[in-house]
Every structure is written in C-alpha cells, then in structure tokens.
Design a protein around this ligand. Structure first.
Ligand code: ATP
Ligand code: MN
Length: 467
C-alpha cells in the first residue's frame, strides 16, 4: 500500500481540498451496502463523527473484504470527495485498504444500545463506543480548561504528595500503604501494630486531599492549585462516590470567604462555558442520546449568579418544606450534615439555580476552618449543583495559631503529626482560603451522565478494581 501521512478524521472534516488523496486509519463501526458498493463508517476517536468510506467492491480482493467486520482496524487510502448522504461534508472513495487488525464476532460491541452496567463490565473496550468516546474527550478538555483557567490567573500548579503520614480527616476513610507482611505483624504489649520497620517507619496512607500541603504552598507562592488523584476508603456505594477520584484544590493567600466564593463561581462557569464552546459535538451527542435538558442546564448555570445562603437559612427553607408536606428520606434539623436530597431540594426546587451554602456548624466541618464570632459556625462554603448536590467544598482557613491549636486539641487530633502545618500559623500567618472541586462531579454535570462510574475510565469502588 502506498505510504501517505495519516489524516485524523477530525481534521479531514475541516478540509475542503476535494480530490486530494488521503490516508485515514480507524475502527469499523458499521458496514452496509449492496453487491456492488459498500459503505464503511470508520471512527478513529478524534471526533464523535465517523467518516464514510465508499468501497467499489469490484476493485478489491474478496478475501480482504471479508475481514472488514465491525470492530476491525483499517488503514484506507482514498480520494476525498464531497458527500451528500453521509451526514458529513466529506467522504472517502477507497483506493487501497489494509486490514491492520481483524475482529471476529466475539467482539462484544457488535450491536448498539448496550446498558451502562454491561459497558462497565467491559470498561477496557467501552472507550470505543460513541458515548464513552464523547465522555473521555470531554474529560480531557475539562482538564485543559482547568489548567488554563488557573494559569491565566497567575496560579501555580503545585504537586502535593499522594502518600501521606498525616491523617487529618479521619483514619477510617484512608487506604493504608505498607510493605509489612500482613500475615506476620509485629505488635506491642497493648496489641498495637509496630510500624518502626515499615517502609516509612510510621503508618502511612494514600491522601484524601492535598489541601494541607496546598496551604504550605499558598503561604509561600501566593496562589496555587493542585490537580491530582485522591483516595477515600469510604464504603459508600453511591452514584456520586469513587474510592479513587481526581480533585482540583486552589488555595489562595489573602482571600477571605467572599473572595473564595467569587473564585469558585467564576471557575465553574469558566469550565462549563469551555465545554459548550470546545466540546460542542460531544455535548450535543450526549444531550440528544441521554439527557435532553443537558445543554439547557449548562447554559442555565452561566446565566444567573449563584445564590449565596447561610446554612442556618438553608435549614429554615428545608424545615418550611417539611412543614408544607415535602417528604425527605433523612431528617432536617439545625446541626445535621445535609444529604444530597436536601441539597438538591434547595437547588432544583427552591431556587432553581446553583447555591453556595456557607457558615456550617463547626461540628460537621473540618478542624482547619475559620471560626465565626458566634463560636458555633465556621466559614465553610459548599457549592451545590442541580442533579449533583455538593460539587465543591471549601472554606476560609483558621489563620490564628492559638485558635487552631485549641481546635486540634478539642478534636483530639494527634499534634505530633501537625507541627509542620502549624508552622504556617507561627511564621508570618495570613488569611487564606481554598476549596476542593471533585473532577468527576464536574464531569457528571457537564456530560449529563448519571453515575460517577461512567465519567472516569477505570472506576474504583467498593469490591471493584478490575482493569
Ligand atoms: P460528600 O459529602 O459528597 O461525600 P465530602 O464533603 O466528603 O463530599 P470534601 O471532603 O469536601 O467532600 O471534598 C471536596 C470535593 O471532592 C467534594 O465537594 C466532591 O466534589 C468531591 N468528592 C468528595 N468525595 C468524593 C468521592 N468519594 N468521589 C468523588 N468525588 C468526591
Ligand atoms: Mn464537603
């Protein structure tokens, strides 16, 4: 076969030099036609759209033609011509075809219309479907949007460790990292495991958040963000929780809680607009196939200011709803950690736009959040979104050394692990704020998918770590 440089299908559709001889490579989605002419829909993953390859059967070897089955991988040289029937501007009149990889009829993606559950079982192949191709292209684009947003604002991308020996958010949720022989653990008289001989000489885990190290960076470089994997061993089998997920955590010196809210709102709107502007074909496909209100919902978020409301006022609204007969599965009272149904009621039923809920009771929030003057609530902010509930959790941080130490003691957090964190408050402390956005929660919103397992290539959830 003549060697011609490959054109990606996405680029082919931008060309207008009809008559040129081009090469495309990709996988067969469908093949149909008559005894004389066949039409092959070829996809190479560069776009949701297939290119139609027109094959005049008389010009090709019969044995080779038999190998052109659904899923087979082809290299095609042919003439670029204007298309009338394929739905695209361009199609290819095949001159030479090479079958790079055959695909027999055990290929599980023969027919269309598989359930999402089935596709999860073949997560190694699902990127070849229209749906997952669209989702993973959007995932890439959102990652780019995030870096661009922060880079353009002068934030520095800061890498925080994935293995940590500080356990600030509760040990129950963390995965342990060890090289010890689990069948022969050394224990002291009290029955506690001795970690001296372990790899790090102490108990270590996978991180649940890069925030604490992010604060170290913000109090030196000013404005930073992290973007990396985080791990939570919480045994919550929900459509919104993963054991391994990606988080974006900006942290900014001199920002107070109001600046923090402004940043969160601007950031999320930027990302949503990016998807509408840069992933139009894929978003439209998902809108048409899964969620007819997707594009409308994305545009809706851009239109209005987010509602800003205190937790206490939010509880009042929910209590009113209960009084008027609205049924929630979980109880509503001041002090409760809101469930997703409560968050979604505020967003979807009451305000009909995103809500930033602030000033939560200190008991349900982390130790590092800045105490309000009432001594009961802290300067926390959760951004609540339609369909998702909590998409962002953040706060202004306690910058006062003594108050922070008091809080750490109150909660019996082992001080010996915290000395380096406390140093930020000892040496030139400053007001600062930050938040964490769950990347997959953002993707749920932008793609309209309803299960978080379907916006990450290889989901890790309780009892599932295949692929
Ligand atoms: P939730 O209440 O939904 O379990 P959280 O309060 O534990 O979340 P934070 O600790 O505030 O979450 O984490 C910051 C963000 O990370 C959340 O707003 C959410 O977007 C995301 N997130 C948290 N836990 C998970 C998870 N298990 N899987 C995917 N994303 C998560
Ligand atoms: Mn939270």
């Amino acid at each position: 076969m003549e060697k011609i440089g490959r054109t990606k299908i996405v680029d082919l559709f931008k060309r207008e030099d009809f008559g040129a001889v081009v090469n495309v490579k990709g996988w067969v989605r469908t093949r149909r036609g008559s005894k004389q002419v066949n039409f092959i829909a070829l996809n190479d993953g560069s776009t949701i759209n297939n290119v139609q390859v027109v094959v005049d059967l008389a010009n090709f070897d019969e044995e080779m033609l038999k190998l052109i089955t659904t899923g087979a991988c082809l290299s095609v040289n042919g003439v670029m011509v204007e298309s009338v029937g394929s739905g695209q501007k361009v199609e290819i009149q095949a001159r030479e075809i090479e079958v790079l990889g055959v695909c027999d009829n055990t290929y599980p993606l023969q027919k269309k219309g598989h359930s999402m559950e089935f596709l999860r079982e073949i997560a190694h192949l699902r990127p070849r479907t229209n749906t997952f191709g669209a989702v993973f292209r959007i995932r890439h684009n959102m990652a780019i949007a995030i870096h661009k947003f922060f880079h353009d604002k002068g934030f520095f991308y800061f890498h925080t460790p994935l293995i940590t020996a500080s356990d600030c958010e509760g040990a129950g949720q963390m995965f342990q990292v060890t090289t010890m022989n689990l069948y022969d653990l050394k224990k002291n008289e009290a029955g506690s495991i001795i970690y001296d001989d372990d790899f790090f000489g102490k108990q270590a885990s996978l991180t649940v958040s890069g925030q604490l190290e992010g604060e170290l960076a913000a109090t030196a470089l000013g404005s930073i963000y992290t973007f990396g994997p985080t791990f939570r061993a919480e045994n919550s089998n929900t459509p919104r929780h993963l054991a391994e997920f990606w988080m974006i955590e900006p942290e900014v010196a001199f920002n107070d809680i109001l600046d923090n809210m402004d940043l969160a709102e601007e950031f999320i709107k930027y990302c949503v607009k990016w998807a509408l502007d840069n992933c139009a074909d894929d978003v439209k496909f998902l809108n048409d196939m899964f969620d007819k209100e997707l594009i409308e919902r994305l545009q809706g978020v851009l239109k209005d200011d987010f509602v800003r409301l205190s937790y206490t006022d939010g509880i009042k609204i929910l209590e009113d709803a209960v009084a008027k007969g609205h049924k929630f599965e979980f109880p509503v009272y001041w002090g409760v950690d809101l469930a997703s149904e409560h968050e979604r009621y505020l967003v979807e039923e009451h305000f009909k736009r995103p809500v930033i809920l602030t000033d939560y009771p200190k008991e349900i929030k982390a130790f590092y959040m800045k105490m309000n003057d009432d001594n009961k609530t802290v300067r926390a902010m959760d951004v609540l979104f339609p369909k998702i509930g909590e998409i962002i959790g953040g706060s202004e941080r306690e910058s006062d050394y003594n108050k922070l130490v008091a809080r750490i003691e109150e909660l019996h957090i082992p001080m010996k692990d915290m000395w380096w964190y406390l140093d930020t408050r000892k040496f030139g402390t400053c007001p600062h704020s930050g938040f964490g956005l769950g990347f997959e929660r953002l993707l749920l919103f932008v793609t309209g998918m309803s299960n978080i397992r379907d916006v990450i290539p290889f989901p890790r959830t309780p009892r599932n770590a295949e692929f």
